[in-house]
Design a protein around this ligand. Sequence first.
Ligand code: GAF
Length: 377
Amino acid sequence: MKEKLLALFSERFGTTPVFYASSGRINLIGEHTDYNGGFVFPGAIDKYIMAAINVNGTDKVRVYSADLKEYSEFGLQEDEAPQQQWARYIFGVCREVIKRGFTVKGFDTVFAGNVPLGAGLSSSAALESCFAFAMNDMFNENKIDKFELAKIGQSTEHNYCGVNCGIMDQFASVFGKKNCLMRLDCRSLEYEYFPFDPQGYRLVLLNSKVKHELVDSPYNKRRASCERVAHMLGVETLRDATMEMLDAKRDEIGEEDYKRAKYVIGEKQRVLDVCDALERGDYETVGERMYETHYGLSRDYEVSCEELDYLNDIAKECGVTGSRIMGGGFGGCTINLVKEDLYDHFVAVAREKFNAKYGHEPVVIDVVISDGARRCD
Ligand code: GAF
């Protein structure tokens, strides 16, 4: 990818760039918990966005998307936002850096990526983190700390892209470390690296190819439900709520909001169970919790879809250890924890059955846990 970007950059801008990259992510468990102050358990993956960048001595950003084959040019003032949605991610990052009192000057860039779009692998967080990391390195002597870089990406989503997301995706993209998952407490922002090398098991994603776009999805509505319930229970976030507290107010809380909160409260414990189980090498318990999460996301949180439920059923029928919808939902992938010796059978059955029902195969994505944001010298 570096060679391709270098060639495109030289041709278009004629100077010598520096390269930066940041990764997409998976999440083993802990879904829709980040904006509820709960725990998440993500890791960065070997799919990333890479950008070739150089200062251009103007007050403009000139950017070419190698994948979309589209060009955009914009200034760095608030009223100079570009029209194209993809360029708004970069504009947003620049603005959020500037708003925090740091520097961004005009630059030229060409970028590309291999994070599948709309698959729930956080291609947008990878793009934001790549540019946040680059702006820090190029213009700010790396004075912005890593959490602030993640928050710059998150604020970009909130303020320039219309998604009220939590911190998980940007955290994973910035903090990702090879062969490690990370447990993040989204209330205190304390985190811990967990070496992840499940002997005898593999992680595989099955992309349903059902389009996942959080901007147009009811993602923000889910978050609003949770905040409403937290308010009614007198707690800051659902992290501080228990099932007893929820049940005590069941009559006042509408049925829909009750189900949303029930899922979130259950998920909090499931993440902790999975961490304990991993420390014991108990992958059966990890897998059970993954199925429970899928059930909750499908029935109570209602962010699954027919195709993802079907992939989950196939996994269960094949005896796969754990399987669930991953990421924000409304389409995208299932994440599957599968024994090595079952892998080929499972993938073949999933391909065949899904194709017979929906007319196309799911895309199989093998996952390698990798480093996050970086300069690529
Ligand atoms: C999306 C959001 F961006 C994350 O913050 C998180 O809420 C996730 O959905 C669900 O766990 O990826």
